[in-house]
Design a protein around this ligand. Structure first.
Ligand SMILES: Nc1nc2c(c(=O)[nH]1)N[C@H]1C(S)=C(S)[C@@H](COP(=O)(O)O)O[C@H]1N2
Ligand SMILES: [Mo]
Length: 426
């Protein structure tokens, strides 16, 4: 693949091996060694040999693990006027699997991060029910639970990108997306405990943060797969993800996944809260607004190579990315290296799970000429990820950035002759 580099490296290894053995390492000797080496022989250069001293001492109490000091990736905070309303984005290009490490899960806060003592927290369910009830965290943990892997994506993911390419990196264009394994009680289980009154059709979910975030959720969705989650990736939710309790609505826009959940009110109609009237609606081309656009449509993005990276030269690259759909499993992903003229099937790197990110890859030999990389996914409903032009034709461009929410168009990354990768609209 890189024949030139391969040869130089091999010489270096052989020379180092000769020096380590304590033999005066003249280049003549190295050359002789190379000639004498049996076919297929290889040597390793071990610069700092960790086997020569004992390792770091283990914490007396066993401790809580931390990542290697050499792993330094963090989220990127979109500049906001204060520290209470914020967007912190996941470095998608650094991810090594489908799950997002809890410490790198994206964060979206409207009123800061409350500190909640789980011993004092409870979830109240009332309204059109037979028996209103208050559940402590322990009450909830006694009930049967389920564990599922799901992504959460903010419907504002990519909101700056409608009119023109704005963010430099994939962390900036797509980083309001993360995947965790969630554990909790199904709302359906709680519904049997309280009994739903005839005609109950909507549920108001309310958070215990200073924003008192509230959203109305169709009862059909609540009974289908809503989770009252207390677990994330095998441990309690992170405070930033809603500790000790959050609503998880698989495939729905991130805003509806109410964090620090304290109240569910059952009703026969939606509550028309701020977040579903003035915010989180889509202003269409004809001036009408699309309301309760809750399902996140299929989307994919190439994370390597992606914006602001530099390819060292022509040759082999394993194109990689993520695909996901709020409506089920990803069925297939296609990749184009010529801006969408020709498409090739990509490989899915694991078995796709419903409403969960899946990694894809595509072997690409770059000829050193300008290229435009794109990915396009299809989900199990047959829905195909649209181009930006197709999406704008449907949604119009009446919003402050063209539109705002639910941008799921194909992303383009241009590679120039120098190997610089940039965010473009193609
Ligand atoms: N109580 C409460 N819930 C909330 C929010 C909030 O500010 N307060 N933000 C919402 C938004 S807009 C999104 S995208 C998701 C983000 O979840 P995360 O911070 O765990 O990634 O939480 C939602 N739930
Ligand atoms: Mo959001």
């Amino acid at each position: 693949m890189f024949p030139q580099a391969g040869l130089t490296d091999r010489r270096k290894f052989l020379f180092a091996a000769a020096s380590v053995a304590g033999v005066a390492g003249s280049s003549a000797f190295a050359q002789a060694a190379e000639q004498k080496a049996p076919p297929g022989a290889f040597h390793f250069d071990v610069p700092a040999d960790p086997t020569k001293e004992q390792g770091r001492a283990v914490a007396a109490d066993g401790g809580y693990g931390s990542r290697s000091q050499f792993e330094t990736e963090v989220r990127w905070r979109y500049p906001t006027p204060n520290d209470l309303t914020s967007w912190s984005m996941t470095p998608l290009d650094k991810m090594l699997g489908n799950l997002t490490p809890s410490g790198l899960h994206f964060e979206r806060h409207h009123g800061g991060i409350p500190t909640i003592d789980p011993a004092k927290h409870s979830l109240i369910i009332h309204g059109m029910v037979d028996t209103p009830k208050k559940f402590s965290i322990n009450d909830l943990k006694r009930l049967p639970s389920v564990t599922r892997k799901h992504f959460i994506e903010c419907s504002g993911n990519g909101l700056t990108e409608w009119n023109k390419p704005t963010m430099k990196t994939v962390q900036g264009t797509h980083g309001l997306l993360s995947t965790s394994e969630w554990t909790g009680v199904q709302f359906a289980t709680l519904a049997r405990e309280i009994g739903l009154k005839e005609g109950s059709a909507w549920v108001l979910a309310e958070g215990a943060d200073a924003a008192v975030m509230t959203r109305s959720v169709p009862m059909e969705k609540m009974l289908k797969d809503a989770l009252i989650a207390y677990g994330q990736n095998g441990e309690a939710l992170r405070p930033e993800q809603g500790y000790p309790l959050r609503l998880l609505l698989p495939g729905y826009e991130g805003n509806t996944h109410i964090k620090w959940l304290r109240r569910l009110e059952i009703s026969d109609k939606p509550f028309m809260t701020r977040e579903e009237t003035s915010k989180y609606t889509d202003l269409l081309g004809d001036g009408k607004a699309r309301q309760f656009s809750l399902d996140m449509d299929a989307k994919s993005v190439i994370t390597f190579p992606s914006g602001d990276m530099k390819l060292p030269g022509a040759g082999f690259y394993n194109i990689q990315g993520f695909a996901w759909s709020g409506r089920g499993r990803i069925q297939s992903v296609d990749v184009s290296v010529d801006g969408g003229k020709t498409w090739y099937p990509a490989r899915l790197d694991s078995v796709p799970e419903p409403i969960c990110t899946v990694r894809f890859s595509f072997p690409w030999v770059w000829d050193g000429k300008p290229a435009v990389l794109q990915s396009r996914c299809t989900d199990e409903t047959g829905y195909v990820q649209p181009t930006l032009k197709q999406l704008i034709a449907i949604r119009g461009s009446n919003g402050p950035f063209g539109s705002i929410y639910h941008l799921n168009a194909i992303q383009s990354w241009a590679v120039n002759e120098a190997g610089d990768v940039a965010n473009v609209h193609a």
